[in-house]
Design a protein around this ligand. Structure first.
Ligand code: GDG
Length: 734
């Protein structure tokens, strides 16, 4: 039975080791809850670091830990202290975390840490590969493991792999400055499905993929090598019922059962008729905007002094990554700010900020949520922010106001909150005043809508939706009738080839026999290719023809001294082995004078594009242009040209990063089907990479072996990954 393997940096467990005594406790985080049903389904495994370094463990304890983990269907990745320093505290938290959150001034690019990041991702891959069986699915989580999908895919191409990024994906302008940007993107593209919290992160990622890797993106699908990678947004939810039910219990608690914290919070609320509590909860992280929030609170108290002695900011900052210098600096800054502001405003009976630097048990967290009239969630940048959602879930009487930063992913879904820009103190101070004075009726209206939404799209639903989408990538794959050329179907094709009496091979040139170059003239055949073509040309009973959109002049230059059969200009010219060139189609060229100025105006407005003037066609190449601008211009040009060419017997062909205008009476399909009359052939093979080759695949008889290069979206029967595979395949014919 197939299973799902979940992979995250940390296992959803807390392991305590005291004097060789082992205590394993499940952790109760949102992710663990969401993944619960998937983990428990069948014989699922969760792979991650246990929290104990190799230095913490001796052989016998290590065995004990592994056994304990096995019992709860987990497996650990062995990491050393050096790994933690360089991979986790180093590359993950000093390069990726600040960079992806737009804190470029905090980003450190260290080669040693990058090496460690690769090494540790490989360690994770090794453990995954030990557990991975045919038919299994893998779901990889977060920024510590960006390289893992590719490492698994390279070893197990048939594995179905999903990846979810819990933090923002930055805009292309930021991402492009990352030294190892290609490796990170390629690592992620080992997946079949890549998920983000929001559509913004999704489009930033797609933009980087287009611009940096120059890959073809259609809607939310990336054509990568011979695969399609799907990209989508899945906003993560919370365990709504857990928070809602816990809050219900808390609200009705008798006095003697209340925690000390709750009693102190109650004291404040009862201190005057309009005393209010404002809550903030975050990990102590510079992305969460803690100092800004405190300063904005100071600004608020200065601007609206009527709230002095009435409102209190209760601030819980949970210690985090304190081995990283920026976090220690943030802690110092926060301590100082709280001290200064409390000193500035405090009276004998009131301190404006209650500041806790620690983590609290769940019950106290609920005390804070249920006692606070306002939640002030103001990150500078946050992938999602679950605290905002948890606050909503705990408001069992539907009162309370959420003030939320627009820079948190959650703001996309929580429109009924008061949304603010955390850098605008004026807006923040006014939001606080509005929230404090908001009529109960309006609070209930807003809270009601928010609760309805969050109770529907829970973390469990989120995980299920992701898995459903991952499963559908698998289904699309099996539905697709186009088969990958593999050793089995290749052998059967060669068997037919060897048995046949008269064979015909049609080979496209650019993107098939030779890779693309920025300048089309640079794609000249190399020595290896010439040797291969010579060998094919010498084969007995075998006609091989290069069928190209290239012009006759170029092929004359390149293959001048050769006796190959050539079809050029998409089928205008034909040269049969030892004969002279013949014109297959008589074509007019007077239309070019009208079209050329239009193409020139597009070249002027689209840097990096250029026109190739052929004898019978005009091509506008946009391979070197910005892909997003080029796509927009290509659509524009297509509209202009189609309206102009409709009566003109002209056709606009979309090739690979090129648009070509030519007579509609000529295409590779017509040229190749004419050649068939030289038969009968009992073995026909055609291979090509773009839309112009589809005409050829379409016209050939069903029994022909038709092969597409680099994509599964084709009328061909088979596909191969790249030009290297083409050469390997053709070398089997010689
Ligand atoms: C990352 C992304 C994204 C906090 N203090 C205590 C405590 N917590 C719990 C909260 C909440 C969680 O920690 C914090 O989650 P956030 O989403 O707010 O933030 P990150 O830790 O930065 O998480 C973030 C998330 O991943 C999920 O994809 O939303 O954007 O940065 O659940 O309740 N829990 C307890 N005591 C505490 O003192 N028990």
């Amino acid at each position: 039975m197939s299973k799902t393997i979940i992979v995250s940096n940390r296992l959803p467990l807390q392991i305590k080791l005291q004097k060789n005594n082992l205590e394993v406790k499940p952790s109760v985080g949102g992710l663990a809850t969401g993944m619960k049903s998937i983990h428990e389904d069948g014989n699922g495994v969760w792979i991650g670091w246990s929290g104990l370094t190799e230095e913490d463990l001796n052989e016998s304890v290590s065995r004990q830990v592994n056994q304990a983990l096995e019992q709860v269907n987990c497996a650990s990745v062995p990491l050393t202290q050096e790994n933690i320093d360089n991979f986790y505290l180093g590359f993950s938290n000093k390069a990726l975390w600040p960079h992806f959150h737009y804190f470029m001034e905090y980003t450190e690019f260290e080669k040693d840490q990058w090496d460690s990041y690769q090494e540790v991702n490989q360690k994770f891959a090794n453990v995954v590969l030990e557990h991975l069986e045919d038919g299994d699915k893998v779901w990889v989580h977060d920024y510590q493991l960006l390289l893992l999908p590719k490492m698994i895919k390279d070893k197990k191409p048939e594995a179905t792999i999903g990846f979810f990024l819990h933090i923002p994906f930055p805009s292309y302008e930021i991402f492009r400055t990352f030294p190892w940007r290609e490796d990170l993107l390629e690592g992620m593209l080992g997946s079949d499905l890549i998920g983000f919290h929001t559509y913004d992160y999704e489009r930033h990622f797609l933009s980087s993929v287009r611009r940096i890797l120059r890959l073809e993106v259609q809607f939310n699908e990336i054509s990568y090598e011979d695969r399609i990678v799907k990209v989508d947004s899945f906003p993560m939810g919370i365990d709504y019922d857990k928070f809602h039910h816990a809050a219900k219990k808390h609200v009705n608690l008798p006095n003697d059962k209340k925690s000390e914290l709750r009693k102190r919070l109650d004291d404040h609320i009862q201190s005057s008729s309009n005393a209010k509590l404002i809550l903030s909860i975050d990990r102590m992280d510079y992305t969460k905007g803690i100092p800004n929030r405190i300063r904005a609170f100071e600004y608020f108290l200065d601007k609206y002094p009527q709230f002095k002695e009435k409102v209190r900011l209760v601030m819980l900052a949970v210690p985090s990554r304190s081995d990283v210098p920026q976090y220690r600096k943030l802690k110092r800054e926060t301590d100082e700010l709280v001290g200064r502001i409390n000193g500035k405003f405090a009276t004998v009976s009131w301190t404006p900020i209650w500041y806790f630097y620690r983590s609290m048990p769940f019950e106290n967290l609920i005390d804070l949520y249920t006692s606070s009239d306002i939640a002030l969630v103001t990150p500078i940048r946050d992938g999602m922010n679950l605290v905002a959602k948890e606050y909503v879930a705990t408001r069992v009487n539907q009162d309370g106001v959420l003030i939320l930063s627009e820079m948190a992913g959650a703001s996309n879904e929580l429109d009924e909150a008061i949304l603010i820009n955390p850098n605008n103190f004026e807006e923040l101070a006014n939001a606080l005043k509005n929230a404090l004075e908001m009529p109960l009726e309006e609070q209930k209206k807003r809270m009601g809508i928010l609760q309805k939404r969050l109770s529907r799209y829970t973390v469990e639903k989120w995980a299920k939706e992701f898995m459903k989408s991952l499963n559908s990538t698998l289904k699309e794959d099996t539905d697709n009738a186009v088969q990958k050329m593999n050793p089995t179907n290749q052998d059967s094709m060669l068997n037919d080839y060897n048995k046949s009496q008269k064979r015909l091979l049609f080979l496209d040139y650019d993107g098939t026999l030779a890779g693309f170059k920025n300048n089309p003239q640079d794609a000249k055949p190399d020595a290896e290719l010439i040797t291969l073509l010579d060998q094919l040309n010498e084969k007995q009973n075998t006609d091989f023809v290069i069928v190209s959109g290239r012009d006759r002049e170029t092929f004359e230059q390149w293959f001048n001294h050769k006796s190959y059969s050539l079809i050029t200009d998409h089928g205008v010219w034909l040269k049969d082995k030892n004969e002279d060139w013949k014109m297959l189609e008589r074509l007019k060229t007077d239309w070019m004078d009208n079209i050329l100025p239009i193409l020139e105006s597009f070249v002027d407005r689209t840097p990096g594009t250029f026109i190739e003037k052929k004898k019978y066609s005009l091509a506008w190449h946009y391979r070197k242009a910005d892909p997003e601008l080029a796509m927009k211009r290509a659509m524009e040009l297509n509209t202009v040209l189609t309206s102009m060419t409709s009566n003109n017997d002209l056709k606009v062909l979309k090739g690979n990063k090129v648009m070509e205008i030519k007579s509609s009476s000529v295409n590779k399909g017509r040229a190749t089907s004419r050649w068939l009359t030289k038969g009968p052939y009992d073995f026909i093979f055609a291979i090509g990479d773009d839309w112009t080759d589809e005409y050829m695949f379409d016209e050939l008889p069903n029994k022909a072996y038709t092969v597409k290069v680099g994509s599964k979206k084709t009328k061909a029967r088979y596909y191969v990954k790249d030009t290297e595979n083409v050469r390997e395949l053709l070398s089997r014919f010689v």
